[in-house]
Every structure is written in structure tokens, then in C-alpha cells.
Write a protein that binds this ligand. Structure first.
Ligand SMILES: C[S@@+](CC[C@H](N)C(=O)[O-])C[C@H]1O[C@@H](n2cnc3c(N)ncnc32)[C@H](O)[C@@H]1O
Length: 273
């Protein structure tokens, strides 16, 4: 793993090197549990059940011949799904265990030849410049200490006209940000669930990405997420009626109050090279 410029610090004041080590340890530890919890220990994917995920990214068409980078692939669910759609996929993550599971999952789904996984940091990838059609990621931009570095890397890797597509977390909702700052992790019964250095994307960070991509950025809100965030934080989405109520309220706001969508915890960012 090449990690130049390690002297730089994040907004929490920790050096990038420390952040990388802490992120890798955190996600190494949950890699196994995630496979168990989300997929019942089953690495196999039934692609017909995940059309909505592909549609969210506008990648439901045949991807044969397309070169795709899956950023911070985690346990490789999306990498395999894209490869099963025909794409050649380059997946990376800081967590060695996540990369191993990504490879296992790709083999289990018969696409081991088309998923190339490695341990690398987003900001210093060794991939071939100007050669990728799509760069995709879920819940990763908010883990990057200096977002412009990731932006510049993506700009370098994409083919002209290529797209970077991210479904992520954002910081525009003042109520959620108040809870994040003053409540979560500060009281014993509401533990912090993420890593110490992650932070939802700010408007300035989206603007920084837009600058790198010379203004070719499109932000959308495919979902309103507010009540669901409280459910996750307070109850870990364990109680079906509460989850149904919270998701229902979020759906109601999304449908009837479109002007509030920009306060959703979830954001979709599309950048065009
Ligand atoms: C919230 S998980 C998301 C995983 C996956 N994209 C998904 O949605 O299941 C964030 C992932 O980012 C990885 N990560 C964090 N910082 C990174 C960086 N600078 N470069 C590469 N991977 C990173 C972590 O190891 C972790 O697997």
C-alpha cells in the first residue's frame, strides 16, 4: 500500500496514517460479522433481488466491456453485483479482511476472474489513468479526510465522459448534526456506531468535488432519511413496528415535502469527467 503525504492531518487532528490504521482495524473487525448479519453467512448473491441498487446508480443495463472501480468495497457485495452484470471491476479497501471477503464473494458468485481486489487507500490508487468508465462507492466519501484528494484521483482515473457515482451521508440537517455532535456517544445508551474520523459530507466538501470536476456535479436525494436515522441510532432497527413507522414517516416527507429532501441524511453525488 503506498501512502505518501502521511504528515497531513484530518479535521480531528489525527494524521492520515493513524486514520488509515484505525479505519482498517475497525472494518477488519466487522467484516466477518457483516457477512453473517446481512447475508446469513451466505456469500452468494441473487442479482434479481438487487435491481434497485443497480437502478440507484443508473447501472442496471448490460455492463459487458465496462471498466468499473468500486471504491472502499467493504465485503464486496457491489463489486460482485456489477461483475455479474458483465463489468470488469477493480475493488479496493483499506481493510485487508474486507478485501479477502470481496475475493471470496466474487469466486462464490462465479465472477472471480472479473473482480480485481486490493488493499489501497482511495487517495493513492495505483490504477491506470484515464481508463475507467465508472467509479462507484457507497458510504465512503464521508470517511475521506481530504475530499479533494479523492476527487483529483477520480478525475485522473476516469475516461473523458466517465462518471463517478456515490451514495453517501451528508451534513445538511441541523437537527441530525446537533444529535451527532452533542448526544451520540456522549450518553451511554446511544453509542457511536461509526469510526472516530468519519463525518457526513459538508456542502463545502461537495463544492470541492465540484471544483475538481469543473462544475460537472449533480446532487440528488433518492430517499429522505431522518426518522430512520434515529431508529438506527436508538434501536439498531431491531423493532419492526418502529422501523416501519420511521421508514413510513421518511417516505411521507419524501413524497409530500420535496423541498425538505435536501435535509436528508442520504445524498447521491454524480460527477462527470
Ligand atoms: C461504511 S464502509 C462501506 C463499505 C461498502 N462500500 C458498503 O457500502 O458496504 C466504509 C469502508 O471504507 C473503507 N475505507 C475507509 N477509508 C478508506 C480510504 N481512505 N481508502 C480506502 N478505503 C477506505 C473502510 O475500510 C470500509 O470498508
Amino acid at each position: 500500500m503506498s501512502t505518501p503525504e502521511l504528515a497531513q492531518t484530518s479535521s480531528t487532528g489525527r494524521k492520515k496514517e493513524e486514520i488509515y490504521a484505525s479505519e482498517a482495524a475497525f472494518f477488519d473487525a466487522i467484516a466477518e460479522g457483516e457477512v453473517e448479519a446481512r447475508y446469513g453467512g451466505e456469500l452468494k448473491i441473487r442479482p434479481e433481488e438487487h435491481l434497485a441498487t443497480l437502478k440507484l446508480y443508473g447501472l442496471e443495463h448490460d455492463l459487458t466491456g465496462k471498466r468499473v472501480v468500486d471504491c472502499a468495497c467493504g465485503t464486496g457485495f457491489f463489486s460482485s453485483l456489477l461483475a455479474m452484470r458483465g463489468a470488469e471491476v477493480w475493488s479496493f479497501d483499506l481493510s485487508p479482511r474486507c478485501v479477502e471477503v470481496t475475493e471470496e464473494r466474487a469466486r462464490a458468485n462465479g465472477v472471480g476472474e472479473r473482480v480485481h481486489a486490493s488493499v489501497q487507500p482511495f487517495e493513492h490508487l495505483d490504477y491506470e489513468p484515464g481508463s475507467y468508465d465508472y467509479i462507484v462507492g457507497k458510504n465512503i466519501l464521508h470517511h475521506i479526510p481530504k475530499i479533494e484528494e479523492a476527487g483529483e484521483m477520480m478525475f485522473r482515473l476516469l475516461k473523458p465522459g466517465g462518471k463517478a457515482l456515490f451514495y453517501d451521508l451528508q451534513a445538511t440537517n441541523p437537527i441530525l448534526m446537533f444529535f451527532r455532535k452533542y448526544i451520540i456517544g456522549k450518553v451511554s445508551f446511544i453509542p457511536k456506531r461509526g469510526t472516530p474520523d468519519e463525518h457526513p459530507l459538508t456542502a463545502d466538501e461537495v463544492e470541492a468535488l465540484s471544483k475538481v470536476f469543473e462544475g460537472r456535479v449533480k446532487v440528488t436525494y433518492p430517499k429522505f432519511r431522518f426518522f430512520g436515522k434515529f431508529d438506527r441510532q436508538l434501536f439498531a432497527r431491531r423493532y419492526k413496528p418502529i422501523t416501519a413507522l420511521c421508514d413510513g414517516l421518511d417516505g411521507f416527507v419524501f413524497k409530500y415535502f420535496p423541498s425538505l429532501r435536501k435535509y436528508s441524511y442520504k445524498i447521491f453525488v454524480e460527477l462527470t469527467r
